[in-house]
Design a protein around this ligand. Structure first.
Ligand code: C2E
Ligand code: CA
Ligand code: CA
Length: 382
């Protein structure tokens, strides 16, 4: 950081100067002023620890005020890249809020100075992105309270008995303008805030009610429902405790509910260990989802007592074409058996694939061949 020494009455920058750098006051006093009807109007007086000149650097617009040293002062110069790099890495919503504020402040200043408001005030790309996200988030909040979310159930076949043993609950958002939005998009959005908490609770409550409906309809065997929980979701304090309490309150038969944790690099062993033992003490089994993709660590299996491993469909797809992929699926099934975990293979779309699972002695099959995700009504109409 460059150090700048100003004498009393020395001008640091003037209105209309191009944006170059921002400053941090180390010592002294700086006055910020503008002109209004030919008179100088003091906007603020800044002292040690205050930041100045950052506005022009953030939105890359000419200076809208003049900075003069009231006393001998020392400042540190803050390079534009120091700010722009941080801004680029900031949450787009925060960036949009900041850019919106600056625009409004500059508009108010221009009006005060009797100037025409800058025409260059269309939304920037980052503002649009941020505002779009805020809007989507508000609509999601509304959907939660107005029944715009929905849960679909995809059947899991118990391979040996050839019976449907359970379902995976997959959340859907029926967006008023865009139609059904994939959880891949909106779960990630909800995860950025505590909005994921009510979304998760909604899915659990709906899944618990669905278990009862399946039982009332005489489903045999009594099915389980597996609910997805992301590692980010689990990091919300008290979330899993509240979920477990809701499952307890629903009074379902033991084993009716399972939790699927998506494997990710961010899997925090201690946290997941606690989650698994809490679930186990309430009769909830826990699966490791998407095994075989990206972040597969044998450490996960070695250290965490998962009851089930779900093999990702990316693997399944290659299985019949490439003997090596088949060998890997075979090894995963063998490993699952060795550690006493059930194996679910996802993405089963053809009879041929299902036959391969039978030959491998795999426990459960899931995929479009067995059934697509469907509504509870579709699954229980007799
Ligand atoms: P997942 O847990 O791996 O779920 C399986 C996804 O594969 C589902 O996509 C399902 O529709 C799709 N699928 C199932 N069988 C087949 C098949 O045979 N072929 C193909 N091509 N696809 C198949 P969906 O419903 O879009 O869900 C995407 C992801 O969103 C899920 O992946 C899960 O990680 C997440 N998700 C869904 N519901 C929830 C939820 O309630 N909470 C959280 N945290 N995440 C959820
Ligand atoms: Ca899953
Ligand atoms: Ca999966």
């Amino acid at each position: 950081m460059d150090r700048i020494v100003l004498q009393k009455d020395q001008v640091l920058f003037k209105e209309g100067d191009p944006p170059s750098v921002a400053y941090l006051i180390e010592s002294g006093e700086i006055e910020i002023s503008t002109h209004r009807a030919g008179e100088r109007l003091v906007l603020s007086k800044l002292g040690p620890g205050d930041l100045l000149g950052e506005m022009a650097v953030i939105d890359d617009a000419p200076r809208t005020a003049t900075a003069i040293a009231l006393t001998d002062s020392v400042l540190f110069q803050i390079d534009r890249t120091q700010i722009s790099e941080r801004l680029a890495g900031t949450d787009p919503i925060i960036r949009a809020l900041l850019e919106g504020q600056l625009k409004r402040y500059r508009g108010a200043l221009a009006a005060m100075q009797g100037k025409a408001i800058h025409k260059n005030d269309s939304d920037t790309a980052s503002e649009k992105l941020g505002i779009g996200k805020i809007r989507l988030e508000s609509q999601l909040r509304e959907a939660l309270s107005t029944g715009g979310l929905d849960v679909r159930y995809q059947p899991l076949l118990h391979v040996q008995s050839n019976k449907i043993a359970g379902y995976e609950a997959l959340v859907r958002w029926n967006h008023p303008e865009r139609g059904p939005i994939s959880p891949v998009e909106f779960v990630a959005l909800a995860e950025e805030t505590s909005l994921i908490v009510p979304v998760g609770e909604y899915v659990f409550d709906t899944a618990c009610a669905a278990v009862k409906t399946f039982i009332e309809h005489g489903a045999d065997p009594k099915p389980f429902i597996a609910v997805n929980v992301s590692a980010r979701q689990l990091s919300h304090p008290g979330l899993i405790e509240r979920i477990v309490a809701r499952v307890d309150a629903a009074g379902l038969p033991q084993g009716s509910l399972k939790v699927e944790i998506t494997e990710s690099q961010a899997l925090n062993y201690e946290m997941v260990e606690k989650v698994i033992s809490l679930c186990h003490s309430h009769g909830i089994k826990v699966a490791l989802d998407d095994f075989g993709t990206g972040y597969s660590h044998l450490t996960h299996l070695h250290r965490l007592a998962f009851d089930t491993m779900k093999v990702d469909q990316a693997f399944t797809r290659a299985m019949l074409e490439h003997p090596r992929s088949m060998a890997i699926v075979k090894a995963i099934v063998a490993m699952g058996k060795a550690i006493d975990a059930d194996i679910v293979v996802e993405g089963i779309e053809t009879e041929e694939m299902l036959q391969a699972l039978r030959d491998l002695g795999c426990d459960y099959a899931q995929g479009y061949l067995i059934g697509k995700p469907q509504t509870l009504e579709e699954l229980t109409k007799s």
